[in-house]
Design a protein around this ligand. Structure first.
Ligand code: TXA
Ligand code: MG
Length: 535
């Protein structure tokens, strides 16, 4: 598709261009337009095939509803069943502006727009170009953010062009967005209003008008499994940079101290403007510490910048949650997968390595440096002790006779049954692994709370899921011929048996390629130096 680019700086003198854009919309096309929050892809909200074009261009799941954009308050009456007093008060005060109100919808609003919900989200943008286009089109425009689904909301026309060029007949450039994060979304379709998405109109401002307002738990926490999302957008993976983000709560001084104590923990810092020269890591900034508006404006940009610089692991200065800061935190926490660290807290480090790689030796050296070692194999054995719930569960799936007369597990018999085919092996893992992860996590938390650094020594660090509870992961590596030689010298077993053992480790070995640190444990090595890469 050919994409025409329009640059609008003055809606009056460029009236003809506004008319051209509006006529595309009236014909049922979808067009990218600027708003004061982020860019949107707009289409006539009463034309189903036009609305479908939005979902196509974005690759967006059809159950995720769109926000309808209006230019005059009267238009609200064509969309919703009733306009309650509270909605009028909010609209009077904050429209036009970065606030979206959800109300029960009229039947004339298509399920395509509402994602099948009985409600519709409406907002009146303040951006002059958006307003001129809506007015000229003469219909409310459904418009989600103008990014490909799963990418960051675009805050300038060039980002829209990156994502949407060739996918839409027109992109309208109206300059950089003032706010940089999407509008505040509040629902008035519930008994007590609920803040579903924080933005530039703050929670505090909403309560001034509405009285009690609930903040939906998914605003600052991961959406719990099995809970229906009040706003379908909550359940979809949100944009996060390729780099892993870890948020460090604490002052600038604590931030710097943490980096000095853990120089290999991260390769980049995301900090506030003015701090970058004091921080001993390459840094990208997102606004100033006391101005959440400046943070909001820069946040998505900063994510793109980090990726552009090839950052892998980024330590982030935690912003305040006050006012617009709540919106910044919402986007940041989600991008970081709710990964937090406090500066006084010790780290959890996962250690894996194939048989003969010298993992035990590395683990021992880390113990000597003061780390607490959690032996995952030992825990794996302990969970099947006499009378344990895991043992009972295993017996119910693999046969009561795997429990001996004295109540202990007959490991050999269990192994013969669990390893007979792929399904049985998966079943065994699904019973044991979550329990092992839980116990390791509990133990690790006890130690890190005391400020200790914990090593989880786990030959199946990746395949068991233990890596997920680690701040960083380490793989001890040695080439196969060296590992073979080491085991031959150490154990009384044949070469065939060793090779068979190796072949069982390929899955973990593949997964461990994504470990944060590789410790090379083969000549000509300097293991001391290699270990310094870890802590
Ligand atoms: O600032 C903004 O609001 C931008 C600009 C373009 O106006 N638009 C925007 O739209 O961010 P979108 O579609 O990317 O996000 C809309 C959010 C989604 O999370 C969606 O699930 C939620 O609002 N939403 C829409 N209608 C809803 C409804 N009826 N009930 C609950 N949540 C709704
Ligand atoms: Mg969006």
């Amino acid at each position: 598709m050919n994409t025409k680019l329009y640059k609008i700086t003055d809606c009056v003198s460029q009236k003809n261009e506004i008319k051209e854009i509006a006529s595309l919309l009236k014909k049922g096309e979808a067009v990218a337009i600027p708003t004061e929050t982020v860019y949107g892809i707009a289409a006539d909200c009463f034309n189903e095939s036009a609305v479908e074009k939005i979902f196509e261009a974005k690759g967006r799941p059809s159950d995720n509803p769109l926000i309808v954009h209006i230019a005059k308050t009267e238009e609200l009456y064509s969309l919703v069943k009733e306009v309650p007093e509270k909605a009028k008060m909010l609209a009077d005060k904050y429209w036009p502006g970065p606030l979206t109100i959800i109300l029960p919808k009229k039947d004339s609003v298509s399920d395509k727009v509402s994602g099948g919900l009985p409600t519709v989200a409406v907002r009146m943008p303040s951006h002059p170009v958006a307003r001129a286009i809506i007015e000229e089109a003469g219909v409310p425009l459904a418009a989600p953010s103008a990014n490909i689904s799963g990418f960051p909301s675009p805050t300038s026309a060039s980002y829209v062009i990156d994502d949407m060029y060739g996918r839409l007949p027109a992109i309208v450039d109206g300059g950089d967005c003032d706010f940089g994060i999407e509008s505040t979304v509040v629902t008035l379709a519930t008994d007590v209003p609920v803040l579903l998405r924080p933005g530039a109109v703050t929670y505090e401002q909403l309560t001034e008008i509405l009285g009690k307002v609930k903040i939906h738990s998914a605003v600052l926490n991961p959406l719990e499994e099995g809970v229906t999302a009040a706003s379908p957008g909550m359940k979809y993976k949100h944009y996060s940079p390729d780099a892993k983000l870890i948020i460090l709560n604490g002052t600038k001084e604590e931030f710097i101290e943490f980096i000095n104590n853990n120089p290999h923990f991260a390769d980049f810092a995301l900090c506030f403007q003015g701090e970058e020269n004091d921080i001993p890591l390459p840094s990208v900034t997102f606004g100033t510490e006391n101005d959440p508006f400046s943070q909001a404006k820069r946040l998505f940009d900063a994510f793109r910048e980090l990726d552009g610089k090839g950052a892998k692991k980024v330590l982030v200065r935690s912003p305040s949650r006050e006012g617009v800061g709540l919106g910044v935190c919402n986007r940041l926490y989600r991008a970081a997968g709710f990964n937090f660290l406090s500066p006084k807290q010790g780290l959890v480090i996962g250690l894996t390595g194939e048989s003969g790689s010298g993992k035990s030796k590395v683990s021992e050296m880390l113990r000597e440096k003061g780390c607490i070692i959690i032996d995952a194999d030992k825990i794996a054995r302990s969970i099947t002790e006499k009378g344990s719930p895991v043992l009972k569960k295993l017996a119910s799936f693999f046969g009561d006779d795997i429990i001996e007369a004295d109540g202990t597990l007959n490991r050999r018999l269990l192994a013969s049954r669990a390893f007979k085919d792929y399904e049985s092996k998966i079943l065994l893992d699904s019973i044991t692994h979550p329990e092992i992860v839980n116990i390791c996590e509990k133990r690790a938390n006890e130690e890190t709370d005391k400020g200790n650094c914990v090593i989880i020594d786990a030959p199946l660090l990746f395949t068991s899921g233990l890596w997920k509870i680690c701040h960083k992961t380490v793989k001890v590596y040695a080439p196969e011929e060296i590992r073979l030689k080491r085991i031959l010298e150490r154990d009384k077993i044949t070469e065939e048996e060793i090779l068979l053992r190796f072949s069982k480790q390929t899955e973990e070995n593949e997964a461990a390629k994504s470990a944060d640190i590789i410790v090379n444990n083969y000549p000509p090595y300097n293991l001391e130096e290699e270990i310094n890469k870890i802590i």
